[in-house]
Design a binder for this molecule. Structure first.
Ligand code: C2E
Ligand code: MG
Ligand code: MG
Length: 660
């Protein structure tokens, strides 16, 4: 370490004399002709010891030392003084602003001895302030008390945990500890246990206090926070660690079954993207508060990670029971959630596991509940899956499938099928939907319902989605070049693709490259995605619409839709979900629903496509309801481009007398 001394005197001759005395020593010497100049040097240069004359114009040496003590408490001050100023010097000495003084005239050895001591003093100060900083910033809460248990000191963490102000000196420890917030449970280990046991019942189990005797009979209490509080800071919302700990205790305390439910917010990434992380965190806090309020009595709720929650409750329940409980708990989310001027739709995937059948310990049970939530479809509240052993086996299969998917493009394993949409009642092909397929080397053809969610998860969807758009656009161009009849080609877009800023440009380029008419391209977007954050979707759709393409809402009826919003969305087509079409001719509800959707869409000037029409009866009902277009196996399954050309050449597809 470089030892620097700053000499301050208004008399140049004096400075020169001092410098001479220090010439052959280990010290680096800086000089200042006034107190001001000295302060300027201190502001930019690290100096350990300042030696100053007392009598100087403008600012005297003692005033300088007082200033230095305030601004640079570690710097050690030495004053050079004549007899006349001795009382002033003694005052600053007593105030601690000056370490020592030298009375003029001094012996050179005295000066060297004094400087040596001053540097030792600097080092000690350094250690003390290091120690202070060490205690102050320690990750554990530290409380220091004297032998009688009166508090002398509390570091930052202790103040924060115990809700204390820094001024705790003199307060008895017994008064400090009950200040623990109710959710901070006190856990006592060590020999102090007996002494502090009284706190245990009232405060539960979050902190562990242990003590160590310090010198002078003082004691240092170390308070460990056993669990980090959840960062959302919702009262009683457990952190992951804490939930594991409590679940573990419950499992150990009895052999009775315990049920663990895992909840995962659908597509939370989307909220992160559109709201930004800070707001998305606030949304999580809103969600957590609602979950907390609705959870079953006696259940403990915790946040497992970002957007995943888990709760556990003593007892074994049937799947039905759990569905009922969950339905109640998630009731507030059946409506849109008002959040920061937006209306958002928050939906969950859920799964559960039960001890002792589904896992041996807390960790395994939670993991398995999570696995089962992952396998639940994103369909909503009623979709509740209990863990089964097969799921983990599926997991490893899933992982290898994921890695195969990465290679599917370069191995040329993806291809597109086309399914006609037939306009009613003339039976002509008004459109076709491009549907992706994956021909796996060993597993055969894999459904997009399996690998699209995978691709969304690992980010491949952008590449794959691009590929489908390009392949379908190029195919459309081929058909046009062959002089085949016009029709609208639809391509499915996943929510994630819509978040990609490059999408607009990409669509525009493809239309241009293939010399297509934008109005003959339709993009299908699922209703669940659109309704998650309506104001955000509205902006996106407007931009897409500006390209001149058609827009369709896919799987209509499965997500939460409000007519108000539908009215605002610039979409051309609604595609009624297959689940409602299946109900036609079977139950009245489905009929009423489909009827209403068709009427309402027509009122709003939108077209309606019925998906998954398989029977003559469904077709007849839909024709009777004025449905515009029919898509389904009744006319044709998805077929290869070549086969589709034949369909185009053999219009109209009148197969109305086919009995199915
Ligand atoms: P979707 O867009 O709702 O497509 C309609 C699905 O219904 C297709 O399933 C189609 O084969 C099937 N279908 C059509 N008519 C009938 C019928 O009469 N009966 C029955 N049972 N099913 C019928 P597919 O091809 O397995 O696709 C499933 C889903 O995968 C699609 O649902 C779509 O959401 C997604 N998908 C397919 N291709 C793509 C793609 O290129 N990109 C994206 N992002 N998603 C795609
Ligand atoms: Mg579709
Ligand atoms: Mg659909």
């Amino acid at each position: 370490m470089l030892k620097r001394v700053l000499l301050v005197d208004d008399e140049a001759a004096m400075l020169t004399a001092l410098q001479r005395q220090l010439r052959l020593t280990e010290y680096e010497v800086l000089v200042a002709g006034s107190a001001r100049e000295a302060l300027d040097i201190l502001a930019t240069t690290e100096v350990q010891v300042v030696v100053s004359d007392v009598r100087m114009p403008e600012m005297t040496g003692d005033e300088l030392m007082t200033r230095i003590k305030q601004q640079y408490p570690d710097v050690v001050g030495v004053l050079l003084t004549g007899y006349a100023e001795l009382d002033v010097v003694i005052r600053v000495l007593n105030e601690g602003a000056v370490f020592r003084y030298l009375q003029k005239p001094w012996e050179p050895d005295d000066l060297l001895k004094c400087l040596h001591d001053a540097f030792v003093c600097w080092q000690e100060r350094q250690q003390v302030s290091d120690q202070h900083a060490y205690l102050e910033n320690h990750e554990h809460a530290l409380l220091e008390t004297d032998a009688e248990g009166r508090t002398l000191y509390a570091n930052q963490k202790a103040c924060q945990l115990l809700n204390l102000t820094a001024e705790v000196a003199g307060v008895p420890l017994e008064e400090v500890l009950p200040m623990l917030r109710p959710e901070q449970l006190l856990y006592l280990s060590s020999s102090e246990q007996r002494q502090l046991e009284a706190q245990d019942n009232t405060n539960g189990q979050m902190l562990r206090i242990s003590s160590q005797a310090l010198h002078n009979q003082r004691r240092m209490f170390r308070i460990e926070q056993l669990f980090e509080l959840d960062t959302l800071a919702i009262p009683n919302l457990l952190s992951r660690q804490e939930l594991l700990y409590q679940l573990d205790r419950l499992l150990r305390s009895s052999d009775a079954p315990v049920t663990i439910i895992y909840l995962d917010i659908n597509g939370f990434r989307r909220f992160n993207d559109s709201l930004g992380y800070q707001q998305a965190d606030q949304l999580l806090a809103t969600v957590a508060t609602k979950l907390m309020a609705g959870k079953p009595d006696g259940a403990s709720l915790g946040r497992m990670s970002g957007d995943e929650f888990a709760l556990f409750i003593a007892g074994g329940y049937s799947t039905l029971d759990i569905c009922h409980q969950l339905e109640e708990m998630l009731q507030p989310f059946s409506d849109l959630v008002y959040f920061s001027g937006r209306e958002l739709h928050v939906a969950f995937r859920a799964g559960f596991a039960q001890s002792p059948d589904d896992g041996a310990d807390a960790g395994e049970l939670l993991r398995n509940a999570q696995v089962s939530a992952n396998t639940a479809s994103r369909g909503g509240r009623r979709n509740m899956v209990r863990y089964s052993n097969r799921m983990n086996a599926n997991d490893s299969e899933f992982v290898s499938l994921q890695s195969d998917l990465y290679r599917s493009l370069e191995r040329d394993q993806l291809f597109v099928l086309y399914q006609p949409k037939v306009s009613m009642p003339d039976g002509r092909i008004a459109g076709a939907e491009a549907l992706l397929r994956w021909e796996h080397a060993t597993k055969g053809v894999i459904s997009p319902a399996v690998f699209i969610p995978m691709a969304e998860e690992n980010g491949l969807i952008d590449t794959i989605g691009d590929w489908v758009l390009a392949a379908a656009s190029a195919q459309k161009r081929v058909w046009e070049a062959q002089g085949l009849p016009d029709f609208v080609l639809s391509v499915n877009l996943s929510g994630r693709q819509l978040e990609d800023d490059a999408l607009l440009e990409r669509v525009q380029d493809l239309i241009h490259q293939n010399s297509l008419h934008a109005s003959q391209i339709e993009l299908e977007i699922t209703e669940t995605f659109l309704m998650q954050d309506i104001s955000h979707s509205l902006g996106l759709l407007k931009e897409l619409k500006a390209l001149g393409v058609r827009l369709a809402i896919d799987d209509f009826g499965t997500g939460y839709s409000s007519l108000n919003y539908l009215h605002q969305l610039p979409v051309d087509t609604l595609k009624i979900d297959r689940s409602f079409i299946t109900g036609l001719g079977v139950n009245r509800e489905a009929f009423e629903l489909v009827k209403n959707i068709i009427h309402m869409s027509h009122d709003m000037g939108k077209q309606v496509v019925a998906e998954g029409v398989e029977t003559r009866e469904q077709l007849d009902i839909l024709t009777g309801l004025n449905c515009d277009e029919i898509q389904g196996f009744f006319f044709s399954p998805p077929v290869s481009a070549d086969q589709f050309r034949k369909l185009l050449e053999n219009q109209p597809l009148i197969m109305l007398d086919v009995v199915t």
